[in-house]
Design a protein around this ligand. Structure first.
Ligand code: SIN
Ligand code: CO
Length: 390
């Protein structure tokens, strides 16, 4: 299945991305749903899947967290089921991210899918994420305002943030299947289902200072055998009063922190952070030896990127980074690494036969398979699964 985004990308990037909301009518032309509401509801019955139901009852807002045993009690109106990271559970939803790869892979967060019955809404709110909301079946009425720097937010429920004040919509539209609403972080928005309806939200992450610093610190702590400098301030004549921190002490500690971070191979650490997946990747049942790759080439195998895996290449193309780990590149396997990082959907392993003629390439692929970044499925099994769908 191929989904084509109808969008003037250059104009979008210069005028809208992270600046202004945009309604892209028929942004995905001839869009037909990638999931049935019943399947989505079934997914939210699984304990590992992150899901919520938000109900609006009179002037009360209720939030329940999955897994859901049944939906019978929610009735026919005024509730929405929201399921996070559906792309990681269903390959057909993973495919929905491909048209958005004119934006950097490392910014991609996930696809959240919501199913709402008439009147269903999560209320007017702001998100800290840039999002493309794709309308599936049914109609939803959306209003979106210009970006705000300050907003009166409140919690009508401990797990729900909304806007206290109304906002002036610059987009006020009823979305139909294939329409896309682009909402930059910080733009107030409010969607209300007019009919039972599905929305697919392709979200982009942007860490704030605290999140990024914490991720960098986690990486530094996890680095095996690292020997970081430790703060020292010997040979002082007098430290002064024990409770009194001096300007010099503060400046020295600040300098120590900034200097040691700058010297901590920060680019490498950032690449590791940027390539981290949202949750640990599923691991293979058994490990391959790199010498096995040649045999796999002879068997009819499809090579797939594991949904949720992020594959990135640093500016000097010295390493492929995936799920927080660097994989050193050589002249012999660099081209394979680039091909794998660009591949989104499954491809016959045979496609890489030439690139896999060198041991370095076989070793790289073997590592990626053993770490769960890529996986192989037999073509026969994939065909049988596709037949089951029809
Ligand atoms: C929804 O899908 O109804 C909510 C999505 C959002 O506003 O972020
Ligand atoms: Co939102």
């Amino acid at each position: 299945m191929s989904l084509t985004l109808t969008l003037d990308r250059a104009k979008f990037l210069s005028q809208y991305w992270q600046q202004k909301p945009l309604l892209i009518k028929a942004g995905l032309a001839n869009f037909s749903d990638l999931i049935e509401p019943e399947i989505l509801a079934g997914l939210a019955q699984e304990a590992e899947v992150d899901s919520r139901v938000i109900e609006h009852r009179g002037d009360q807002w209720l939030v329940s967290h999955g897994p859901f045993a049944s939906y019978d009690d929610f009735g026919d109106s005024d509730w929405t089921l929201l399921v996070q990271s559906v792309n990681e559970w269903m390959p057909e939803i993973h495919a929905l991210l491909e048209p958005f790869r004119f934006l950097p892979d490392w910014r991609l967060d996930d696809v959240m899918i919501s199913f709402a019955v008439p009147g269903g809404s999560v209320g007017p709110h702001l998100d800290q994420y840039d999002v493309f909301i794709i309308q599936g079946e049914g109609q939803r009425h959306w209003q979106v305002g210009e970006r705000v720097t300050e907003a009166n937010e409140f919690r009508p429920h401990a797990d729900l943030k909304q806007l206290q004040d109304s906002f002036e919509p610059v987009i006020d539209a009823v979305l139909e299947a294939g329409d896309i609403l682009y909402i930059p972080a910080g733009c107030p928005h409010h969607g209300v289902a007019l009919e039972p309806s599905l929305n697919y939200s392709v979200g982009f992450r942007a860490a704030n200072t605290a999140e990024l610093t914490s991720q960098v610190a986690d990486m530094l702590l996890a680095a095996e055998g690292a020997n970081y400098p430790r703060y020292r301030d010997p040979q002082q004549a007098d430290y002064g009063q024990p409770y009194q921190v001096s300007t010099e002490q503060l400046a020295q500690l600040r300098e120590f922190l900034l200097h040691s971070i700058a010297n901590a191979d920060l680019d490498n650490v950032l690449m590791q952070v940027m390539s981290q997946s949202k949750r640990p990747l599923p691991q293979p049942d058994f490990a391959l030896q790199w010498q096995d790759i040649a045999d796999c080439l002879d068997a009819d195998m499809l090579l797939c990127r594991t949904a949720g895996a992020r594959l990135l290449i640093d500016p000097q193309q010295q390493n492929l980074y995936a799920s927080g780990d660097p994989y050193p590149l050589t002249t012999a396997n660099r081209q394979l690494a680039i091909s794998l990082a660009s591949q989104w959907q499954e491809l016959p392993l045979q496609h890489y036969a030439d690139q896999l003629s060198h041991a370095d390439s076989q070793q790289l692929l073997c590592h990626l398979l053993n770490d769960g970044v890529m996986h192989l499925v037999s073509e026969a099994a994939a065909n049988a699964a596709a037949d089951d769908d029809y």
